[in-house]
Design a protein around this ligand. Structure first.
Ligand code: SF4
Length: 468
């Protein structure tokens, strides 16, 4: 996927003016936020569950190497083949090699963010292999000239039913229909023969279970099951951080994930894959390959952003983020949007290539409050902002301004004098209207709205007066 994270501001500004997109994004508040709140209230002590989820993910990360080795041992003992990919190109090469060695012509894919991250579809196409997205949202994006997803759980949230109706009519050559159920049926009729004829199925994995060597996926559409059981080969492509020690741990995380993602107590399908088809079994793939992708995760584990590896990809942070709700996922310019992307993208592609993202947040901590595994997202963004300054990645005016502010803030008398002058100056700027139309040195604040003029006195002055 092409990296365009440094265009965040321009793309966000364009998206703010896109009425159709704004309508689609409004659905997030209606659906995801309200549904999650209902599911959490119904559950009861969700805070204890979050603590338990955090503890499980921390335990897995503390001994990640041991759990991964255990996973490999158990998966291999049950007939799966485990591959290790250090980076995106190695992950693609492994999957393409498996496909070529087995004469694969078509690949049925269920939803996998790691496959987006490593650019698997492009690699398959380059090798002459046809990838077919079978998640409805991903399928819509694929036939729309391989448009990238805008949300990790609801990839097509930026599109209306009318958009999909036009697309299906144009691409399928069928009569135009707008009823979502009819559109879904049409996609199903087109996809069903592709499942039947695909040589290889590619899935992600929501979790890897160390004690059994199993991969686990949660889906609502059933396409995941078809991808992983009908083709003669199944390849699960996932990040190394997804491992958890036991099946018991997975059951705890499964209580957290759907409730946080869509407000469901459980998804329609929870599929556990343990090895390929056995002799006595009638269904399942003849070969089961698991590709464990590092692609920057080991580096994250050793650094300040380590807590981000707890992420279970529920999307709750973006659903509740006022910035994401306003600008949509495409503004973030890479695979992972919203608060989790503000940390993951700079961590994986380099801060200099996603320099605006840690600032794409109001620091309201909505994301931190809803994160099912208690990742302190604002704290991590703040650390990245510090790194921006230390590495000189922000404009010199901003760095100079903050350096001057820092210098003055350490001198209380000077600081009090400066703020007294500034408060009076801003009151004067507001005039009779008491509104500042253009703030000097901070025009971004007033480009789209007026700034209320302050009272002309500093907080300290007002506080002193009120005490008197
Ligand atoms: S950071 Fe937390 S809230 Fe956001 S996707 Fe990951 S687990 Fe979910």
């Amino acid at each position: 996927m092409e990296l365009r994270s440094n265009e965040f501001k321009a793309r966000a500004a364009a998206n703010l003016g896109d009425a159709k997109l704004q309508k689609g994004l409004g659905l997030i508040k209606v659906k995801a936020v309200v549904n999650r709140a209902g599911a959490v209230a119904e559950f009861g002590d969700f805070e204890s569950l979050r603590e338990a989820g955090k503890a499980i993910r921390n335990r897995a990360l503390a001994d990640l190497d041991l759990y991964l080795e255990c996973f490999e041992r158990e998966a291999t003992a049950r007939g799966a083949v485990v591959h290790w990919a250090e980076n995106a190109s190695e992950a693609c090469r492994i999957v393409v090699d498996i496909a070529k060695q087995n004469g694969v012509k078509t690949v049925a894919k269920s939803k996998s963010m790691v496959s987006e991250e490593v650019g698997l579809n492009d690699a398959l196409i380059e090798a002459g292999i046809e990838p077919i997205e079978t998640d409805l949202g991903e399928y819509i994006l694929q036939i729309n000239d391989a448009e990238p997803p805008s949300h990790i759980v609801m990839p097509v949230i930026h599109k209306t039913a009318e958009d999909v109706a036009d697309l299906f009519h144009a691409k399928h050559g069928t009569p135009r229909k707008t009823d979502p159920a009819a559109l879904t049926r049409e996609a199903r009729e087109i996809l069903r023969p592709k499942f039947m004829s695909a040589d290889m199925g590619v899935s992600g994995a929501n979790f890897l279970v160390a004690e059994t060597g199993s991969t686990l996926i949660v889906t609502n559409e059933g396409n995941g099951r078809l991808c992983t059981t009908l083709p003669r080969l199944h390849v699960a492509l996932t990040g190394i951080e997804k491992v958890v020690p036991t099946l018991e741990d997975v059951t705890t995380l499964l209580r957290l994930l759907p409730r946080s993602a869509t407000g469901q107590a459980i998804t329609n399908y929870v599929s556990l894959h343990t090895g390929p088809k056995r002799l006595e079994e009638s269904d399942g793939p003849q070969q089961f390959h698991i590709v464990l992708v590092d692609n920057g995760r080991a580096k994250l584990l050793a650094g300040e952003m380590r807590e981000m590896l707890r992420c279970i990809r529920c999307g709750a942070c973006m659903n509740h983020c006022p910035v994401y709700q306003a600008v949509g996922g495409h503004a973030y310019g890479w695979v992972y949007p919203g608060p989790m992307g503000n940390i993951l993208t700079p961590s994986y592609v380099g801060l200099e290539n996603a320099v605006q993202l840690p600032n794409a947040a109001t620091m309201c901590n909505q994301c931190g409050v809803v994160c099912p595994v208690k990742i302190p997202l604002p704290d991590l963004m703040r650390k990245l902002r510090e790194e921006q300054m230390q590495r000189g990645l922000k404009p010199w005016q901003e760095r100079l301004g903050l350096a001057l502010w820092g210098w003055a803030a350490q001198r209380p008398a000077l600081y009090a004098f400066g703020t007294r002058i500034a408060a009076r100056f801003m009151k004067w700027l507001g005039g009779d209207e008491k509104l500042i139309h253009r703030l000097p040195l901070a025009t971004g604040w007033t480009d789209g709205r007026d700034f209320p003029a302050p009272a002309g006195k500093t907080f300290r002055e007002l506080y002193k007066r009120s005490k008197r």
